[in-house]
Design a protein around this ligand. Structure first.
Ligand code: PMP
Length: 384
């Protein structure tokens, strides 16, 4: 199925009788998954690959799981042409666990690591690094967009790096505020660049060779909650501290496809199915086209209206999380309530921005964006 093909779903009417009991799910994450993948998962929970055992019941050291982990890695590698000197690890603890794993591994005592803050999650990441204490180095705030309520992305000359950072960390898509980096920040030569790409991973092509490490919680574009995909260059893994507990060292996950202990087998299995779905759908270039087309439907309504106001500056607008508001909070609430009645769920914005947020990850169908755009115009007519 092409990613532009819509599941049987209504346009602006309630789903009742529309041939499906599913609604358009605009949730910021866990987000919606491709329906054909969900159907495959239903079968495999009962009996995977004719083994007579469901995926939830297989030993993580058996042949069935070996094959799933191998194929998932191969498919993820192929999609972005990931160079051979990078490892793909399946970690737990959410993307948030990287907030301490990264400094524990790569910010030794006496060093400074630089953080670019462009939203809620990168702020948290920076705050956690600041808490590391006397056995580690120090976190330096290289830039923040806080004074603009994170509505923009800083230019390279607004980022003030420390003298010799151990690494630079940034978050390439800001889930709450709806901003996205459309370039890779210029960082000091030779300094490892580390990126939290949780909320737009594989939504468009990515050149991994520009990074020392990219990680993403799977529950937006890559699968269910429970696994964090971590793509990391060999020399950075080697540079990691050996003084910390083994399960906090990246090197412990390199042998045997991330299985020093019981891994999140089901989450990796679904992620593998998603990687296959992206491949069948035409790969990352097709995803980009699909996502740009969907976002344009909604941004065009905002741009053509005096009623709606977008939170993000136009040049920094995310293709995944679209943030906007009506003229007042009462109308925002009414918008969310009325949209829900029409089968559009999860549109309430985070309290940091107020208003609405439409999260339209890879699996979100174009028909849902058409429905939202039509509803926005209709709502403006009635309330504008
Ligand atoms: N980074 C980003 C960009 C996120 O959107 C989120 C979750 N919404 C996180 C980190 C935290 O992820 P987790 O809940 O998996 O720890």
């Amino acid at each position: 199925m092409s990613p532009t093909a819509a599941p049987a779903a209504p346009t602006t009417k309630a789903p009742a009788g529309g041939g499906t009991d599913r609604v358009f799910n605009f949730s910021a994450g866990p987000g919606c998954l491709p329906e054909e993948v969900l159907k495959q998962v239903q079968q495999d929970v009962w009996n995977i690959g004719g083994s007579g055992i469901g995926i939830l019941e297989h030993s993580h050291r058996g042949k069935v799981v070996d094959k799933i982990f191998e194929e998932c890695e191969a498919d993820i590698r192929k999609l972005a042409n990931i160079p051979a000197n990078y490892k793909i690890l399946y970690l737990t603890g959410g993307a948030s666990a990287q907030n301490h794993m990264i400094p524990m591994n790569f910010m030794p005592v006496g060093s400074t690591a630089d953080y670019i803050v462009t939203g809620h999650w990168s702020q948290k990441t920076y705050e956690q690094a600041m808490k590391m204490g006397p056995h580690f180095g120090k976190a330096h705030l290289a830039a923040t967009t806080k004074d603009q309520n994170h509505s923009s992305i800083p230019a390279d000359d607004q980022i003030k790096y420390s003298a010799a950072p151990a690494y630079v960390h940034y978050c390439s898509n800001n889930t709450l505020y709806g901003t996205e980096w459309f370039r890779v920040p210029k960082s000091p030569a030779g300094c490892p660049l580390i990126c939290d790409a949780s909320s737009h991973f594989y939504s468009r092509p990515i050149d991994l060779s520009k990074y020392a490490m990219v990680y993403a919680g799977a529950q937006k574009n890559m699968g269910p909650a429970g696994v964090t995909l971590c793509i990391i260059r060999d020399d950075l893994i080697e540079r990691g501290s050996k003084e910390i507990p083994e399960l906090l060292q990246y090197r412990s996950f390199v042998p045997e496809f991330s299985r020093p202990n019981t891994p999140p087998v089901f989450a990796v299995y679904v992620m593998g199915q998603i990687a296959k779905w992206i491949t069948r759908s035409g790969g990352l270039t097709a995803m980009q086209k699909h996502n740009e087309g969907k976002a344009k439907l909604i941004y065009d309504v905002i741009d053509g209206s005096k009623f709606y106001k977008g939170h993000a500056k136009p040049e920094a607008r995310s293709l995944m999380n679209l943030t906007f508001r009506t003229p007042n909070e009462k109308l925002d609430d009414l918008f969310v309530t009325e949209a829900k009645k029409l089968g559009m769920d999860g549109l309430k914005g985070h309290r940091a921005t107020g208003g609405m947020r439409a999260s339209i990850y890879n699996a979100f169908p174009r028909a849902g964006c058409e429905a939202l755009a039509a509803f926005m115009k209709d709502f403006e007519k009635k309330n504008g």
